[in-house]
Design a protein around this ligand. Structure first.
Ligand SMILES: CC(C)(COP(=O)(O)OP(=O)(O)OC[C@H]1O[C@@H](n2cnc3c(N)ncnc32)[C@H](O)[C@@H]1OP(=O)(O)O)[C@@H](O)C(=O)NCCC(=O)NCCS
Length: 213
């Protein structure tokens, strides 16, 4: 089953995950790419990347969207032409989208890998995790924190933000499946809800910007 999971976050916000198992030819059936996306697609060297890219268009179709309903801004952030909000992620054979009618949203899927231990100091104050029971737990937590920061980065959509210095994720326990976060940048503070789940060695994280006032 290519469609792996759907999540209704609330009445306005939906997530869909694809597990890419089909051939490129099968995924291309019924998909019409815009000139911009066709030229990006033609330039992708990795077949897995091309299949992931196509699978995203199948996920969009679940919500009535075609590739022509999407455009990218100068930073690579995707937007829907009808004004609804979208975020996109791919990691190996999993891809996902989050779509919302009213909330600013970001999504990230990451494969859990021990190599995250080597780069942890670049994106989070690593001392915070030293008390965890074992390496596996530290990798789990770091992957969630990384995914949270990627999701928030995708929402904020502004270059210059440092994962380490500007995005702060509140500590959490695994069983909570959620936490909060804030971005403090350029004298402004914004607040976010963060949710996470794990499946088949991957971590899915999505963020929603809290409305002010
Ligand atoms: C852009 C970025 C967020 C993409 O994340 P990623 O984990 O590499 O890849 P994902 O598959 O999860 O996401 C890719 C999708 O993000 C979206 N995206 C790309 N640039 C974006 C941006 N500026 N804002 C929002 N979304 C963006 C696109 O939809 C893209 O997929 P598509 O082009 O096929 O539609 C990431 O590469 C990045 O630049 N991160 C910030 C860099 C950084 O500070 N790193 C920390 C160093 S410690």
């Amino acid at each position: 089953m290519p469609l792996y999971k759907t999540i209704t976050v609330n009445k306005d916000t939906f997530i869909a995950i694809w597990k890419v198992g089909e051939t490129e030819g099968d995924l291309a059936k019924g998909i019409q790419l815009s000139d911009h996306c066709q030229s990006r697609y033609d330039g992708m060297k990795s077949e897995l990347h091309r299949r992931a890219f196509l699978s995203i268009r199948h996920l969009m179709a679940l919500y009535g969207y075609e590739d022509k309903d999407l455009y990218y801004d100068e930073f690579g952030k995707p937007h829907l032409k009808d004004g609804n909000l979208i975020s996109i992620t791919h990691s190996h054979n999993f891809t996902g989208i989050i779509i919302s009618k009213s909330e600013e949203v970001g999504i990230d899927i990451e494969k859990k890998r021990e190599k995250i231990l080597r780069i942890a100091h670049k994106f989070t104050p690593f001392e915070e995790y030293r008390t965890l029971a074992n390496t596996e737990a530290i990798v789990r937590k770091l992957t969630i924190v990384w995914g949270a920061k990627e999701s928030l980065y995708k929402i904020y959509g502004q270059q210059g933000i440092s994962f380490l210095h500007h995005i702060h994720v509140t500590d959490f326990s695994f069983s909570e499946n959620q936490t909060t976060a804030e971005i403090i940048y350029d004298g402004k503070v914004s607040h976010y809800h963060v949710h996470f789940m794990e499946f088949e060695g991957f971590t899915l994280v999505y963020g929603i910007r809290q409305k002010t006032g």
